[in-house]
Write a protein that binds this ligand. Structure first.
Ligand SMILES: Cc1cc2nc3c(=O)[nH]c(=O)nc-3n(C[C@H](O)[C@H](O)[C@H](O)COP(=O)(O)OP(=O)(O)OC[C@H]3O[C@@H](n4cnc5c(N)ncnc54)[C@H](O)[C@@H]3O)c2cc1C
Length: 603
């Protein structure tokens, strides 16, 4: 019998962001006893940082919108590598999930006639993002937490899961430690939902918080699950570039949705120079038309600043490399110019983008109502994640479910802005429902005490050494390497260097040394994060080497064109019996004729 404190639930959900909270609510509503574990305080999950809004074809602002257009936009944005079943469910169910949040108390911005207001965003044909100023994530988290409390969900805060526990093939719980006292805890469950978010901290410049160390991806991988599409890391075009201490912090796409334009050091709106063929029909080719779109003219096409993120990020890199960047290596994002067009322009900007106004005022001493911002790409989101069934969200490991950013499928090669918040609630709900069902249909598993003893011994190793590698130094070296060698513009040679570098970092990680004891010890926490960071970095690098083409978020200088052959499969990695990472190409499923017809119709 294990000596560690043990908790028992039908379903445990790991992660208390939008996906985890929604899954917990649904599992509980389906009669399961639910434990919700998060490594920071409740309310601090990354979802709270979401700004621009959640995409749902409610057609409140433009009645031409529908689930069919949203589906086609998502597939085009993802360059058709998306799990089309997930894209279909997402487009169909997102409006109900938004209305549900409203019914649970979320206070969205309103149209003049009292409907939920929707704003423009990159890659969405019509205004589609339900929002609360630029603080939509905060409202989502607040609403889901308030609602979740009434469902009797048990919350375990500041607890980090370090291993998933199995009985045979099936997941039956998790081993964790509490961050404050460093004590181990066992969570026994009939089903586990992973909702741990992303991986951005594998890179040096990132919009992501300290929590984004790829834990869920890595835990699932080491438990036998498959990771898919890991080569697709989204670099958001607009992060802050100055001052250096805040480099990478996000500047929401909402700025461009409200009329913000990108200019190079010569003052030129360079986004008009390169409009991809598959977006030409939908994109304005002059400044006047672009502004009319922002104002809501239904006959106007959207400005090129609202092209997909992968493309805008590359155009910015191109300008900077061509010597037309700002003094700090970015380009200018100008929202102040709309004062020429909008009465009370400064007040309008502050009302629409309050967080951006304060962010620049406080962090850069810059007033965005008078002065253009300096911006450049920042690591923002990972499209790759745990491979799941589109309907149930179960992974290939029985009893292990995943939703939100740590799951793969919906976004394909590139995510459209706003499609994450809706992803969280659509697939969080589904994961919770099917995890509860699985728990009902399957009995208890048996915790293997030897497995627990082995895992705890392993994670305490850094304390047993008398000297060795500093975990912070390894993390720093990894971030530099991923940024330089597996970033926005990639080549095979550089990625092979990164692959070899990762192997060396794995060897150094076997020799980490941490002083002190297990009570709140950031050095120890980082030594454990390294396993996750290296696992996801290896998956990203190997998958990116395998994809010898440019598509969506992956741009390869040595293979700059899209290759139709690579549009026929997803790249999947799995842990092999010899513990190495094994790659495979998994053919895409044939799309239903109804969905094919929608894509053809939307052009
Ligand atoms: C600045 C910013 C703005 C954004 N704006 C938008 C937007 O406007 N619209 C949009 O659609 N998307 C936006 N995104 C993306 C979106 O916010 C995220 O993709 C989304 O919130 C992820 O939600 P999640 O529920 O998957 O994970 P998160 O909200 O990140 O939650 C992860 C949870 O997992 C827990 N966790 C992680 N590892 C462990 C572990 N080992 N043990 C226990 N718990 C663990 C964490 O503590 C946390 O509770 C934005 C992202 C950023 C960075």
């Amino acid at each position: 019998m294990t000596q560690y404190q043990t908790f028992e639930h039908d379903v445990i959900v790991i992660g208390a962001g939008g996906a985890g909270l929604r899954a917990a609510i649904e599992a509980s509503a389906n009669g399961a006893s639910v434990g919700l574990i998060c490594k920071s305080l409740l309310g601090k999950a990354h979802t709270v940082m979401a700004e621009g809004g959640m995409a749902a074809a409610m057609a409140n602002v433009d009645d031409r919108d529908s689930w069919r257009v949203h589906f086609a936009d998502t597939m085009r944005g993802g360059q058709y590598l998306n799990n089309w079943r997930m894209a279909e469910l997402h487009a169909k169910e997102a409006p109900s999930r938004v209305r549900e949040l409203e019914a649970w108390g979320a206070v969205f911005d309103r149209t003049k006639d009292g409907k939920i207001l929707q704003r423009n965003f990159g890659g969405h044909r019509y205004p589609r993002l339900a929002h609360v100023g630029d603080r939509t994530g905060l409202e989502m988290i607040r609403t889901l937490q308030d609602h979740g409390i009434h469902q009797g969900v048990e919350v375990y805060m500041e607890v980090t899961v370090i291993t998933l526990l199995k009985d045979g093939d099936r997941i039956i719980g998790a081993l964790a430690y509490d961050r404050e006292r460093g004590r181990f805890k066992i969570f026994k469950a009939k089903a586990v939902v992973m909702a741990t978010g992303g991986i951005g901290r594998a890179y040096k410049i990132s919009s992501n918080s300290w929590e984004y160390t790829g834990d869920g991806h890595s835990l699932a991988y080491h438990a036998g699950a498959e990771l898919m599409d890991m080569e697709f890391v989204q670099f958001h075009p607009t992060g802050m570039v100055y001052p250096p201490s805040v480099r990478g912090i996000l500047v929401t796409e909402g700025v461009r949705g409200e009329g913000g334009v990108l200019r190079n050091s010569e003052g030129r709106r360079f986004m008009f120079d390169d409009i991809p063929d598959n977006y030409k029909a939908q994109t304005a080719d002059n400044e006047d038309e672009g502004w009319r779109y922002v104002e809501g003219d239904k006959n106007a096409r959207r400005p090129p600043e609202l092209l997909t993120r992968d493309h805008v990020a590359r155009c910015i890199v191109h300008e900077v490399k061509a010597g037309r960047g700002t003094p700090n290596g970015g380009v200018y994002l100008d929202i102040a110019w709309i004062k020429e067009k909008v009465p009370n322009g400064a007040e309008h900007i502050k009302k629409k983008l309050p967080s951006m106004y304060h962010q620049f005022k406080q962090l850069a001493d810059l007033d965005i109502t008078t002065t253009p911002m300096e911006v450049g790409p920042t690591t923002h989101y990972v499209m790759g994640g745990i491979r799941v069934d589109g309907d149930t969200q179960m992974s290939s490991v029985p009893g292990l479910f995943a939703a939100g950013e740590c799951a793969a499928g919906l976004h394909g090669a590139n995510r459209l802005g706003g499609n994450s918040l809706s992803d969280l609630v659509v697939f969080g709900k589904r994961a919770g429902e099917f995890a509860a069902k699985f728990a009902k249909e399957n009995g208890d598993g048996k915790i293997n005490d030897e497995e627990v003893a082995y895992a705890t011994k392993q994670v305490l190793q850094p304390f047993n050494r008398t000297g060795g590698e500093n975990p912070f130094q390894i993390q720093h070296d990894l971030q530099e390497m991923m940024q330089d060698l597996v970033g926005i513009v990639r080549t095979g040679d550089e990625m092979i260097q990164a692959r070899d570098g990762i192997e060396k970092l794995w060897n150094r990680t076997d020799n980490t040394f941490v002083s002190g004891n297990v009570e709140f010890n950031p050095g120890w926490h980082t030594s454990l994060d390294l396993i996750n960071l290296l696992t996801v970095s290896e998956a990203i690098t190997l998958s990116a080497i395998e994809r010898k083409e440019s598509r969506g978020a992956q741009f390869r200088e040595d293979y700059p064109a899209k290759d139709p052959e690579y549009g026929k499969f997803n790249i999947v990695v799995k842990k092999d019996s010899d513990e190495t990472m094994k790659l495979s190409r998994v053919p895409m499923k044939e799309m239903s004729s109804e969905l094919k017809a929608i894509i053809e119709e939307m052009g």
